[in-house]
Write a protein of this length. Structure first.
Length: 386
């Protein structure tokens, strides 16, 4: 219940309105010349508390940096790789720009100015949009914490992101690339195209994950890579007991020939024998061939993958992750249904799988040929004599 108290001062008798905030603390709604105005102000503030729109104006004096470090950051419960990415974005883009500014003083125009500055500095539109999501989330929590009344990042004008069509490897192009992969790494590349695993899932595979009788590979772990200064253990490669989305899955592999003489499981069996890998060793050890230490993504990309792509002369850039896209596209081109592809890729949402739906370069020609066959059949039946 709002109330007032009289107070005497140099300007004579005045009245201060009071109410209780959400925590039950007594708050002043301001001092006025008459009791009626003081009570009205207190009632308005009390109404905002009841509606959940009240916020502490003094709380808005906390700086952006202090709020992020003492309130927002400790509240996060995310995977270590996501945390490492957030930390990088904060340190590089947001803390230098907004750090000392009081949260209550940051306006939509300040957010818009950051977007302009970032674009002028060469940050890609897609990155600006991605980082803005993080910034929006910080201010959204500040609104919930009643530090600020409104989210200044809510209506930012963001740059248009033009999505370039993804070029998918054809089976013929993959064979050309495969011929340029050093023999030691052929099993890794063959396993990826056959299963469509994420990199972390691929390098976490061990002999015990292979069911030779049922021709399946089970994904139960993943390797995450972070900088040592962001790692809780000081190690750059960390084992996570479940793959992304926390859904272990088993993938059947074919018995068709992937190389001139061997199928995938025969290739993997040969690798286990050649490197004398134990049941719990990694299938794809590091460059120094230690079975208890998987190869890192950067090492493989720089020493193996990039030189092979350049030697293959395909005429377009190819990432290791593009083998996952190729795997999904080949499945669909071969007649697999979307639900099966979703399960094989380990997605929880069908919308995520749809991001991997790409057509092969000759798909338009094949579609037109199918149209022509039907069109010709219809025309032919009309021209036959009665």
């Amino acid at each position: 219940m709002a109330w007032t108290r009289p107070r005497s001062g140099p300007k004579g008798l005045r009245h201060t309105g009071y109410y209780r905030d959400p925590a039950g603390r007594t708050r002043s709604a301001g001092t006025f010349a008459d009791e009626r105005r003081a009570l009205a102000a207190a009632v308005r503030a009390e109404g905002k508390v009841a509606e959940g729109t009240w916020f502490d104006r003094t709380a808005g004096r906390i700086s952006f940096a202090d709020y992020v470090e003492t309130v927002w950051w400790p509240s996060l419960h995310l995977e270590i790789t996501t945390l490492a990415g957030y930390r990088s974005h904060l340190d590089k883009h947001f803390l230098p720009y907004f750090g000392p500014m009081p949260m209550g003083d940051i306006l939509p125009s300040h957010i818009q100015a950051w977007v302009t500055t970032a674009l002028d500095a060469g940050l890609a539109p897609l990155s600006v949009v991605k980082y803005h999501v993080l910034l929006h989330g910080i201010f959204k929590q500040a609104v919930r914490d009643r530090v600020i009344p409104h989210n200044p990042a809510a209506e930012t004008r963001l740059p248009k992101v033009v999505t370039k069509p993804r070029r998918i490897l054809t089976p013929e192009e993959f064979q050309t690339l495969l011929a340029c992969i050093p023999e030691r790494w052929l099993p890794l590349v063959l396993t990826d195209i056959e299963t469509g695993l994420r990199w972390g899932e691929l390098v976490a595979l061990r002999p015990r994950h292979i069911d030779w009788a049922h021709r399946t590979i089970t994904v139960t772990e993943t390797i995450v890579e972070v900088s040592r200064k962001r790692s809780p253990t000081g190690k750059r490669l960390l084992v996570k007991p479940y793959p992304k989305d926390n859904e272990p899955r088993s993938l059947t592999v074919t018995d068709d020939l992937l190389t001139v003489t061997d199928d995938l499981l025969t290739v993997l069996a040969g690798r286990i024998h050649e490197y004398a890998l134990g049941r719990n060793d990694y299938l794809f050890p590091s460059i120094d061939q230690r079975g208890d230490h998987p190869v890192s993504k950067d090492t493989f990309r720089n020493r193996v993958w990039k030189p092979a792509v350049e030697a293959a002369g395909l005429g377009f850039p190819v990432r290791m992750h593009d083998l996952r896209h190729a795997h999904a596209s080949w499945l669909l081109a071969g007649g697999a249904d979307l639900g099966s592809v979703m399960e094989r890729l380990g997605h929880r949402q069908i919308t995520t799988t749809q991001n991997y739906l790409h057509t092969l370069p000759d798909s338009d020609r094949q579609a037109l040929d199918a149209f022509t066959r039907i069109r010709t059949r219809t025309s032919g039946s009309r021209d036959q004599p009665s």
